[in-house]
Design a protein around this ligand. Structure first.
Ligand code: GLN
Length: 533
């Protein structure tokens, strides 16, 4: 029998209670106590992965080092734990069904009727146990997406029920996250939704072991006792998760509530007595006591939904704390920027970031933002499409390549400075077909990039189809925009920067995916630094 411990985190009452943050916080505490931990997300939707989803649906698509397009919660897992996740950390209903149907077509089921139970649930269980088996983690935390009672989540909940029996009480644990609403009219906290939500779990054969209650107000012992009594859990297994100003404080709150100690006790995990949270606490203290403050603007087209730029947002929080500076990030919709208003709209910002994106909506606004940063010596970071916009802008306005463009937006441009890679040209399918995941990049000495990284070779994550067209490289370099990072295997240009500028860097990859609390991303750190000085 496996010695890996499996913890399941379910949610009830409403969505968006922060299961991902609770999972990541518990993982952080267990990691700080010396255990090797990973977190996995099970998503109940039928898309095979979120790669084809519009960011308005579920927010940003997060990319792992092995090239999986995954749920944004994996970003939280990495930011909290500083260990990489992989495809195995995100399972969707679509992927489960795809695997089962492929097996059925191959004849693996030997003529049997293929059913939700046992075939789908077996595949879910395989996906859960894979992480424990293959990577030998002490603890695997599995977050079940959705809310209990949803039709879509049922097979996952059933798989958890089965695993509890198969692996035994010491090896499995269910944490259920619910909401305790506050009725201001009667000044009361209400536990009934929690009781009902636990009943739904019980109907599905699962008695949760620990309840984490999201609340705006402190829960007194009276309320905790009531929840414990009605929901069949011990008093120390009723944990409050009170609203905090930053998600990075949640692990410290969970520590106060002894969530880690309760989990260790219930699962027979030996307490080593150590708790390595010093650098985390140092980060919180820097975050809360900034010595300076800067306003940076993000120009993008999904600005109505901040989750669409989740990792960028968090990277600024990490880089801000590391510079002891509070970064106030404003969002400007690229469609709203015009030749007439861009000077006014962008005035006063100490830094400009042009965001990643697809398609031509709002593209001219992004190009104007890059122009404003270049002409006014404002620190600039262009990410993926952001780099491509800076290149197009430089081609049009410095090199005087009239109507230069990316062939993604304008297939007949006379100057295709951004073009499709050869190997992308025949691809029609949209899902999982981009340049995805980690690729190496060699940095040119004495450049902004190499100063930031303090390294010669780096590995960064990609998610795009188009590339800088190296045919024009000499023109760019002669005019002052140089390639400071090159892929050593393919010679593709990965980083470009201006030589005659305070700080102007564009990257074809996504540095935001690998910034963590303990290791803020060097490009964000130096970008923020450039905005302060
Ligand atoms: N649309 C561009 C491409 O496919 C950039 C993608 C991105 O910003 N992630 O190359």
């Amino acid at each position: 029998m496996s010695t890996t411990k499996y913890i399941f985190v379910t949610g009830g009452v409403t969505s968006s209670l922060g299961k991902g943050i609770i999972s990541a916080s518990l993982a952080k505490l267990l990691q700080a106590r010396g255990f090797s931990v990973t977190i996995q997300k099970l998503d109940p939707y039928i898309n095979v992965d979120p790669g084809t989803l519009n960011p308005y649906e579920h927010g940003e698509c997060y990319v792992t080092i092995d090239g999986a397009e995954t749920d944004l919660d994996l970003g939280h897992y990495e930011r909290f734990l500083s260990i990489p996740t992989t495809q195995a950390n995100n399972v969707t209903t679509g992927r489960i069904y795809q695997t089962v149907i492929n097996k059925e077509r191959r004849g693996d089921y030997l003529g049997k009727t293929v059913q939700v139970i046992p075939h789908i649930t077996d595949e879910i269980k395989r996906g859960i146990k894979l992480l424990g088996k293959k990577h030998k983690f002490d603890v695997v935390i599995t977050e079940i997406g959705g809310t209990v009672g949803d039709i879509e989540s049922l097979p996952y909940i059933e798989a958890v029920r089965q695993l509890k029996w198969e692996l035994g009480v010491l090896n499995t644990l269910v944490i259920h996250l619910t909401l305790v609403p506050y009725l201001s009219a009667s000044a009361e906290l209400k536990t009934k939704p929690t009781q009902h939500s636990v009943k739904v779990l019980l109907e599905n054969g699962i008695q949760p072991n620990i309840l984490v209650l999201r609340t705006e107000h402190d829960l007194n012992t009276e309320i905790r006792k009531k929840v414990a009594l009605f929901c069949n859990v011990e008093l120390d297994s009723v944990v409050q998760s009170i609203d905090v100003s930053t998600i990075y404080e949640v692990p410290l709150n969970m520590l106060k509530e002894k969530l880690d100690v309760t989990v260790m006790k219930k699962m027979g995990l030996a307490d080593s007595g150590k708790l390595g949270l010093d650098s985390w606490k140092k980060f919180i203290s820097k975050l809360k006591n900034p010595k300076a403050s800067v306003k940076i603007v993000l120009v993008g087209k999904y600005v109505e939904l901040p989750d669409a730029y989740k990792s960028i947002n968090e990277s600024f929080i990490h880089a801000g704390a590391s510079n002891e500076c509070s970064v106030k990030l404003d969002f400007v919709h690229s469609e709203e920027l015009t030749a007439e208003n861009y000077n006014n709209r962008l005035k006063g910002y100490k830094g400009i970031l042009v965001a990643p994106g697809f398609g031509d909506r709002g593209i001219e606004g992004k190009i104007l933002a890059a122009r404003y940063a270049r002409e006014n010596n404002i620190p600039f970071l262009g990410i993926c499409l952001g780099l491509q916009c800076a290149i197009i802008e430089f081609a049009r306005n410095v090199l005087k390549f009239e109507n230069a463009h990316s062939t993604e937006m304008e297939s007949k441009t006379p100057y295709p400075v951004i073009d499709l890679m050869e190997e992308q040209k025949g691809i029609i399918e949209k899902g999982g077909t981009m340049r995805l995941g980690g690729y190496p990049c060699v940095l040119k000495k004495n450049t902004l990039a190499s100063k930031a990284y303090q390294a010669r070779k780096i590995l960064e994550r990609h998610r795009h189809r188009y590339e800088f067209n190296s045919y024009y490289l000499r023109d760019f370099e002669n005019a002052g925009m140089i390639a400071s990072g090159i892929n050593p295997e393919t010679e593709l240009v990965e980083i470009m920067e201006l030589t005659d500028h305070k700080w102007f860097v564009g990257v074809q990859f996504h540095p935001e995916y690998s910034s963590t609390v303990i290791k803020p991303h060097p490009l964000f750190v130096d970008f923020v630094k450039a905005t302060i000085t």
